[in-house]
Each structure stands twice: as C-alpha cells, then as structure tokens.
Design a protein around this ligand. Structure first.
Ligand code: ARG
Ligand code: ZN
Ligand code: CA
Length: 261
C-alpha cells in the first residue's frame, strides 16, 4: 500500500429522543478526531511518555463522510432513523437491522458503517457498553462499528470522560483487526495482541494512570496505557504503534482490500 487510504464512512444515527438525533457538528467532530488519531496528528500526542515516542506511527488512513449512497446518488453520509428502542443488544446486533428498530448496513466493502444509538447493552453485563466493532472477515450485514451517542465526537451530547472521540478510534482499530493490548486474558500474562512492540501487560487500565504502571515483569516502562487499544479515559490515550499500523496494513491488504485504491 502506498500513499493514503481514504475510507468513506456512513454514520447511521438511530435516535429515540430528539436530543439523540445528533447535530452535524457532533458527527464531523468525530470524523475529525479519527483523522487526527489515525494520522498521528492528534494535538495531545506530546503526552506520550518519551520512551515510546519512537514507536508512534501514522497509519496513513483517513476517513470522510460518504458523498455517494449505495445507489450512486449524492448523500451527506448520514442516515437518520427514529426508533422506539431505548437500548440495543450487542449480542444480537439489533441496531444493524431496520426490522429490529435500527438501520440496515450499507455495502460493507465500500463503506465503514458507523451506527450511533441511544444505548448499547450486553444481557450478561450490568454496565453500559461504550461501543463495539466487528473484526475483519465477518458477515457484511453486521460489519462496522456501533457507539453510544454520549461517547461519540467531542461536542453536543458527548460526555466526560469519554468525550474525546476515542471510543471510535478504539473501535475502528478493532475493525482493522487490532486486539486489546493486554491480550484479553483477564489479568494474565499469557495473552497477547499479536503485535511485537506493545509491552506484554496484565489486564486493562482505566482512568488516567501515571507512568510507569508495571505488570507482567514489564519493568521499567510497564503497560502502554496511553495506547488507543487500552481502556483508559479518552484524555489518557494518544497513540498507535508501528506494529499496530503494520497489522492494520495487513488487514487493508487482505480482508479489507476493497478500501485500497
Ligand atoms: N469498551 C469498549 C471496547 O472494548 C471501548 C472502550 C473505549 N475506551 C475509551 N476510552 N473510549 O471496545
Ligand atoms: Zn475494545
Ligand atoms: Ca494480559
């Protein structure tokens, strides 16, 4: 892959109350954050601890609201659907189907589908889910990223500490095949993210930890909690690594190659 890959995005706004029918400003604020973060142009990048600065990578991936709909007609890249549902099931993907109160996906080989909805829940988890993504290689009808409206963009209904647009950065990372940096093995030290330059780490980090935060004999530098693929607050995550960018590249060269060229 040479140059920059530009990915057309359709934002499906699925709202119950009028306040959840997000402004165009809130939507473009999210696209702007994606473009900063994936190009390593985010203004907070200087907060990366010096030891990891050499690993910071520009993915050469950019995002823009689609200008043509699936039929080739002009569009602003936003669909708006009022729904009776106040929450959507992460297991059954109800937001991704008009028949269950959501909106059907646009062709997943041509668009990144980004659904924004009132609330996401997991029947097995009492906590609200900020967002979720489908990894490359899954069914087209459910491909894309889903985000709760309060965790989307940097203005409007976006609410602290998840009002920095980083939920979408994290989820689009998954959509491009990135795994969590702690390896999803609970607090264990055997799981990995299949990326060599992110330190082996125990479990997820939350909030805004202080450097260094040690686990899994990863001293002296410890967990890379400033990585977008950890669980820290939006104001505490600033980077993808070179190894992560190589993994996203590999996805763009295979399962997601329809977005190249
Ligand atoms: N819980 C979500 C996931 O596992 C997203 C976490 C996003 N973190 C954030 N600071 N916005 O995919
Ligand atoms: Zn995640
Ligand atoms: Ca681990």
């Amino acid at each position: 892959r040479v140059g920059v890959t530009r990915i057309p995005v359709v934002v499906h706004v699925v709202f119950n109350t009028a306040a959840q029918n997000l402004s165009e400003d809130q939507i473009t604020s999210q696209i702007d954050v994606l473009n900063e973060d994936f190009r390593a142009l985010n203004p907070d990048i200087d907060q990366v601890p010096p030891v990891w600065k050499p690993l910071v990578a520009d993915s050469r991936i950019e995002f823009h609201l689609a200008t043509q709909d699936p039929q080739g007609q002009p569009t602003d890249g936003i669909t708006r659907t009022q729904t009776q549902a106040a929450k959507f099931n992460i297991r059954t993907n109800t937001v991704k189907h008009a028949s269950s109160g959501g909106h059907d996906a646009w062709p997943a080989d041509r668009y990144l589908n980004l659904w924004v909805c009132p609330r996401i829940f997991d029947p097995a988890d009492p906590n609200e889910i900020l967002g979720y993504a489908q990894f490359p290689g899954g069914p087209a009808e459910t491909d894309g990223v889903v985000i709760g409206h309060r965790f989307f963009g940097t203005t409007g209904t976006a609410s602290a500490p998840f009002n920095g647009g980083r939920t979408a950065t994290h989820e689009v990372g998954h959509w491009l095949n990135l795994l969590h940096i702690w390896g999803d093995d609970g607090q264990g030290c055997n799981g990995g993210d299949l990326v060599a330059d992110t330190p082996n780490s125990g479990g997820p980090n939350f909030g805004t930890p202080t450097f260094p935060k040690l686990s899994c004999s990863n001293d002296p530098d410890g967990d890379m909690f400033v990585n977008y693929m950890d669980y820290t607050d939006d104001q505490g995550m600033f980077m993808f690594t070179k190894g992560q960018v190589a993994r996203m590249e590999a996805a763009l060269d295979s399962a997601r190659s329809s977005f190249n060229g």
